[in-house]
Design a protein around this ligand. Structure first.
Ligand code: ADE
Length: 270
């Protein structure tokens, strides 16, 4: 998996990517990250990458020429598409922006299908709209809050996609069983010691009884999801047993209106 990151602050990308699993994944050749400094594509001696907004308003806007030329150069580079001429589909170009499509695990999985991605890190008030228009780029947001720039969002995206590349995390089983990937939040986790400052680990998970442990974990996942993220339950793959348990702890099963008899509908006198 190849990532091309275009930024005004290369060090904000390069540093964090050296650490931990992503550093290892790069050293093992499982992922590659090429960082391009957008300032190298500015047109004046001062390296001006931003300008005032037409129409007035607070904040500067990233100029289109350096960004478009930096993207073109990244796409044309040998490290992109293994130096091919993009006879096939060009890589998706993503602009990190709070105005973008919300990043969730489904979008991460979709993006992980492509062999390479170009990420543009916005700064200041944002990027000139013509960059998006020119490349048919997609804007992606990592949440409803505004950061100082797109570097952290780009790192979040690289991290989430890289985890899905075989070999990057220890076992693919971890990835499949992940919280969210499975549609539910994860059950509580415990490790040794079995008791710490009067806090004991639930007995069932010390029992060695795998069936009971799995049942407890599933129920804890369901309970947590109902408490913290009930919205996830709508799309989760739930068995009749799961639904019975959820109902026993207060979940209201939504009735499917298409199956509802006419006589049940309000205003129908029978
Ligand atoms: N740039 C600033 N804030 C952002 C966000 N929430 N998501 C993506 N890019 C951003």
């Amino acid at each position: 998996m190849r990532f091309h990151v275009l930024t005004l602050f290369p060090e904000a990308i390069e540093g964090p990517l050296q650490a931990s699993m992503l550093g290892q994944a790069q050293r093992r050749g499982l992922i590659s990250v090429t960082v391009t400094d957008i300032r190298d594509y500015t047109h004046d001696a001062h390296g001006t990458a931003d300008d005032y907004q037409f129409g007035g308003g607070p904040g500067m806007v990233m100029k289109p020429e350096p960004v478009i030329e930096a993207v073109e150069s990244a796409i044309a580079s040998k490290s992109c598409c293994s130096g091919t001429s993009h006879a096939n589909a060009p890589p998706p170009i993503l602009i990190m922006s709070p105005q973008g499509d919300a990043l969730d695990q489904r979008l991460v999985e979709e993006l992980a299908q492509t062999p390479e991605i170009v990420l543009v890190c916005g700064h200041y008030a944002g990027v000139d709209e013509r960059v998006k228009e020119y490349f048919g780029a997609r804007e992606v947001s990592i949440g409803d809050y505004v950061l100082t720039g797109g570097e952290l969002p780009a790192l979040v995206l690289i991290d989430a996609i890289s985890r899905l590349v075989p070999g990057v995390v220890g076992s693919m089983e971890n990835v499949v069983q992940d919280s969210i990937t499975s549609g539910l939040l994860q059950h509580p986790l415990y490790t040794r010691p079995a008791e710490y400052r009067g806090m004991a680990v639930p007995e069932v998970i010390l029992s060695g009884h795998h069936g009971e442990i799995e049942r407890w974990r599933r129920r804890e996942s369901l309970r947590r999801t109902l408490e913290k993220r009930p919205d996830l339950l709508q799309a989760a793959d739930l068995s009749p047993g799961d639904l019975d348990y959820l109902e026993s702890i207060g979940y209201m099963r939504l009735r499917c209106t298409t199956e509802q008899p006419q006589s049940d509908l309000p205003g129908h006198e029978g």
